[in-house]
Design a protein around this ligand. Structure first.
Ligand code: BMA
Length: 341
């Protein structure tokens, strides 16, 4: 029996914590930040959109992760279309993973090419100099992030390919060297019908290692007659084999509610690209309505307890049974890979 738990994350009273008015140089909007902790300081890589409509990434740092932000006086990481033509229309929506084995941060981002958005990767040791690997998967693909450890000697990446007629699901791929990616398979399926995450989902922040599994936060896009709403759900993956989904939330755990999330360049959007753990608190840093940066938090234990109470199947049993009985075409109800005749 479904029990509505409401939303799990509490907004910062200081939201939006960063707007374009805080920026040291002229820009149109600041949103969709990646987040990590560097020497005890919260570091955001913020997507900054200029007055051409193109984006670059700029670092903002704060000791308490809430205010007192020090923002780079110039763009930190800018498109390089001469050497990387896939960046011709900008670089967007980064995710940061610290790779202990390399002593570097892996920054995955969306390069906006002439053939559409694709996933790209660069490494940095200091958030000043960036070594590009370049494009990792061809368009259309977005929302990539890398796991911080290898699995059976291979790196793993989550990402979200899109084709026009099909559902947009989250995929997992593997690589021996972070350059060549293969063994692609679907990890999380967009649900069907009236669900808040029907037909289009994508990874939000980087995977977070916890004692109970890899914690995944993803966005689901609900299309209505007037708009698309971006909301957030959770999944827990097996620590040893991240292709195994242990639990997936049914309801969304955070969605647009405040004015700064409901009204902006794109209305009704909360879009985190990063989260950090500060003591026992998990903080998500998110773009609000494609205009500003906001923060919300929850106790990690509460999030994990909630996740454990979520179904093990991606499509809850009562729906799977209904589809099986009524459509006769459910080829893998556990994964929610359901096609109606
Ligand atoms: C997604 C991405 C995000 C954006 C969101 C809402 O597809 O492009 O950068 O925040 O749409 O506009």
């Amino acid at each position: 029996m479904w029990k509505d738990h409401g939303e799990l994350f509490i907004r910062s009273k200081k939201n939006p914590i960063l707007t374009v008015n805080d920026w040291p140089y002229k820009a149109h909007s600041v949103f969709n930040p990646a987040a990590t902790i560097v020497d005890g300081t919260t570091l955001l890589m913020v997507r900054v959109e200029d007055h051409r409509g193109f984006s670059h990434l700029t670092v903002a740092k704060s000791k308490n992760g809430i205010d007192g932000w020090e923002i780079d006086s110039e763009p930190t990481f800018t498109p390089d279309p001469v050497n990387y033509p896939e960046e011709i229309y900008g670089i967007e929506d980064p995710r940061i993973t610290y790779i202990d084995e390399m002593g570097k941060w892996a920054v995955t981002y969306t390069a906006f090419s002439d053939s559409g958005p694709l996933t790209a990767l660069a490494f940095t040791e200091d958030f000043r100099n960036f070594d590009r690997v370049g494009a990792t998967l061809p368009p259309e693909n977005k929302d990539a992030a890398i796991f911080p450890v290898k699995f059976n000697d291979r790196w793993a990446m989550l990402h979200r390919p899109v084709s026009q007629s099909a559902k947009a699901n989250i995929w997992i791929s593997f690589s021996p060297d972070m350059k060549y990616w293969g063994d692609h398979e679907v990890l999380l399926y967009a649900r069907e019908g009236g669900w808040w995450d029907a037909r289009k989902i994508g990874l939000s922040p980087q995977p977070l290692r916890t004692s109970d599994g890899w914690l995944i936060m993803y966005h689901g896009v609900r299309q209505t007659t007037s708009k698309a709403s971006y909301r957030l759900g959770l999944a827990l993956l097996d620590l040893e084999d991240p292709r195994k989904v242990l639990h997936r939330s049914e309801g969304w755990v955070f969605g647009p509610r405040e004015m700064y999330e409901r009204t902006g360049d794109v209305n009704d959007v909360v879009f985190p690209c990063g989260w950090v753990l500060v003591d026992d608190e998990i903080r998500i840093y998110y773009g609000s309505a494609d205009m500003s940066v906001s923060m919300a938090s929850a106790k990690l234990r509460d999030v994990l307890d909630y996740s454990h109470g979520c179904p093990e199947t991606q499509c809850p049993e009562e729906f799977c049974n209904w589809f099986e009985e009524n459509s006769g075409l459910s080829n893998d109800p556990k994964k929610g890979n359901i096609k109606l005749k």
